[in-house]
Ligand binder design. Structure first.
Ligand SMILES: Cc1cc2nc3c(=O)[nH]c(=O)nc-3n(C[C@H](O)[C@H](O)[C@H](O)COP(=O)(O)O)c2cc1C
Length: 511
């Protein structure tokens, strides 16, 4: 289901009883975080929150702040216009089964074709609500005043535009400033022209300058490196809001070269309408709430970005990143500012990342037919910990799965992979830990290896480089060095179970 606007999605959440409005003024500095964190920690992810009077430096912003809008399985399903994320995953899986691929590369090509089949290709349109208000910025990045002293929009009409007009959050006490936390960042490969939309947080340095936190292994960083090689200015546009499938698609680990708007169009069952930006040649969704256009100048030195209270549950310390200069901000007249916070899990991003895993499970299964299910438990903050259940039929199969997963896209960041048998529900962490403890002889069943790591991982000795551990918690079979008989797991017979169920319900009825 396609949402005409972010407000349209907010209204849908409200009708479904999934949204709480907060009408009292709440500060964008820390207070919204504390409120939202308590909500996100409720069982099942709590409700979405709409702060109708967010304050910026004591002044009420003209733009409400929405947060936790994707922070539960129900809201993720509503955002896709589906009964459940599993339904969408099954549909995508069956589309791809039309022609079984014979390799991973073929699977990815098929993924693109499958989405094409549904006429999901984006289309260019002449006008868009995202341009109802246009603020052209002066070219010089130095002309805007530093953020903390900048007054809100209401007090500044007529003066130069500044990012300070937006209700951007300072999330945690030791954060290096304010950060846009749900930005969709559009870049283009200068060689092939292929577009990428990625979610990379944006630190506000001043009213017209920000950090651009695309990490080393991400697609926009690769695009950026090409511009740094040629010395050409790199056009970048950032948008917020519009259909909730935009930020979701921006976070998915789509292969480099596959347009996220294709996935968004497929998921919302309607082509994404794009408009040309005002000051660069990129395109953004016509129904976005905010668009921030600008460029990265390769001749400019990198600048320290952070610290930032991150999804690892710790602060990421300052690291050098490219500087983004704003040339224009456009927005809807009735724009809603979308935000999230990350921190000690579980947070909203658990559901966003989890939906990606569910959606891409059929693709994993195509390459590894023995895979039954995959879970990334919240405690593992995205990729630190992966549980996989497999239907094991030959020796060392668990190790094949570990190597295979570490070689697949962003699965390369996984620190620990635990492989269990198909009778274990990997969504149940206790069940996995039980098998892990019971079924392993640590020296025999663990594999240590090296590889790229998440740059946010503060535990590795060097940024972006680390080690990985695979644990084979499956039942051991002949050929795996195990010479003893494997004991059966304790289970009651089904007849006794149903008899006792009947007896117990009879007693309940007697009472
Ligand atoms: C809330 C949220 C914030 C994120 N922030 C960043 C970030 O600052 N930098 C980054 O490289 N990835 C970040 N990610 C992860 C990327 O969005 C994700 O890896 C995505 O697949 C990257 O897209 P790409 O493969 O097109 O580069 C974030 C994800 C979420 C859900």
């Amino acid at each position: 289901m396609a949402f005409a606007s972010y407000r349209d999605f907010i209204n849908t959440l409200e009708s479904a009883g999934e949204l709480v409005r907060v009408s009292t003024p709440v500060a964008t500095e820390l207070e919204i975080t504390e409120w939202a964190d308590r909500e996100m920690k409720r069982p099942g992810g709590g409700k979405a929150l709409l702060f109708e009077q967010p304050t910026v430096n004591g002044r009420v912003s003209p733009f409400p702040v929405a947060i936790n809008t994707l922070g539960s399985w129900r809201r993720m399903a509503l955002s896709m216009g589906a009964a459940s994320v599993e339904t969408v995953a099954a549909e995508l899986g069956s589309l791809m089964k039309a022609k079984p691929p014979t390799s991973f590369r073929e699977t990815l090509r098929l993924l693109g074709t499958a989405m094409d089949l549904r006429h999901a290709k984006p289309k260019l349109v002449a006008r868009g609500a995202c341009k109802e208000v246009v603020h052209l910025f002066p070219e010089s990045p130095r002309r805007s005043e530093p953020w903390p002293d900048a007054p809100g929009l209401a007090a500044r009409s007529g003066s130069e535009p500044t990012l300070a007009d937006l209700p951007i959050l300072k999330c945690w006490p030791l954060d290096g400033g304010r950060f846009i936390t749900l930005p969709c960042v559009v870049t283009r490969d200068p060689d092939t022209g292929e577009r990428n939309v990625g979610m990379y947080r944006i630190q506000i340095y001043d009213g017209a300058t920000t950090g651009m936190h695309w990490q080393l292994q991400k697609v926009a960083a690769r695009h950026g490196r090409r511009y740094y090689e040629t010395g050409e200015r790199m056009p970048v546009s950032v948008f917020l809001g519009g259909d909730p499938m935009f930020p979701f698609a921006a976070t998915t680990p789509l292969p480099d070269g596959l347009d996220e708007f294709l996935l968004a169009g497929y998921l919302r069952k309607q082509s994404v309408e794009l408009v040309k930006c005002e000051t660069n040649d990129l395109e953004v969704p016509a129904n976005a709430d905010f668009v921030i256009e600008g460029y990265v100048d390769p001749s400019e030195p990198l600048r320290l970005e952070g610290p930032f209270g991150d999804h690892t549950g710790f602060y990421t310390l300052p690291e050098p990143y490219p500087v983004f200069h704003v040339t224009c901000v456009t927005h809807r007249r009735d724009a809603i500012y979308p935000a999230t916070i990350v921190g000690i899990p579980p947070m909203e991003d658990f559901y966003i990342g989890g939906a990606s895993v569910k959606l891409f499970l059929p693709i994993f299964k195509m390459n590894f037919p023995e895979i039954v299910d995959i879970a990334l438990p919240a405690e593992g903050v995205f990729h630190n910990l992966v549980f996989v259940s497999i239907r094991k039929s030959y020796p060392m199969q668990a190790y094949k799965i570990m190597h295979g997963l570490w070689g697949m896209g962003q699965m390369m960041f996984s620190k620990y992979i635990v492989v269990v048998d198909d009778d274990v529900d990997v969504q149940d962490t206790r069940a996995v830990l039980f098998r892990l403890c019971a079924n392993t002889d640590p020296q025999r069943d663990t594999l240590l290896t090296r590889g790229p790591s998440d740059v946010l991982d503060h535990a590795t000795s060097e940024v972006g480089v680390g080690s990985k551990m695979g644990i084979d918690a499956t039942r051991k079979i002949a050929g795996e060095g195990f010479k003893r008989p494997w004991p059966p797991v304790i289970r009651m017979s089904p007849e006794i179970q149903s008899r006792i169920t009947r007896m117990m319900s009879g007693r309940a009825a007697d009472k």
